[in-house]
Write a protein that binds this ligand. Structure first.
Ligand code: SF4
Ligand code: SF4
Length: 112
């Protein structure tokens, strides 16, 4: 069960988790051309080895240790982590669309 990055990363994106990940599965890296356009970072679900190193490194508690532990208000972002593939324009756009929808729902006081 892979680790998952959620909402608090939006606007923080400090890459502290990237620096501690032993398998470099958190994307995009700060030195990647895709970094600026990414609203948040994503954990590749098949590359993550569940080591847990990223959780204490995150200053805003954005990382959960499984899809099951992600709060209901953040469940939509699980798919964003799952679909993002650095360098794949369609996959990056799909993840970004999920994140933008999440931000829109968060800002809508009538949203569930
Ligand atoms: S749990 Fe370990 S392998 Fe998975 S994203 Fe975090 S630091 Fe990387
Ligand atoms: S450490 Fe937390 S806030 Fe920083 S990039 Fe990673 S998930 Fe985002």
């Amino acid at each position: 069960m892979p680790f998952v990055i959620t909402d608090p990363c939006i606007g923080t994106k400090d890459t502290a988790c990237v620096d501690v990940c032993p398998v470099d599965c958190i994307h995009p890296r700060k030195d990647a051309p895709e970094f600026e356009a990414a609203t948040m970072l994503y954990i590749h679900p098949e590359e993550c080895i569940d080591c847990g190193a990223c959780v204490p490194a995150c200053p805003v508690t954005a990382i959960y240790d499984s899809v099951d532990s992600v709060p209901s208000s953040q469940k939509d972002l699980i798919e964003a982590n799952q679909v993002y593939r650095n360098g794949d324009a369609a996959a990056m756009a799909a993840a970004e669309a999920i994140v933008q929808a999440h931000i829109g729902a968060r800002a809508d006081p009538h949203a569930a």
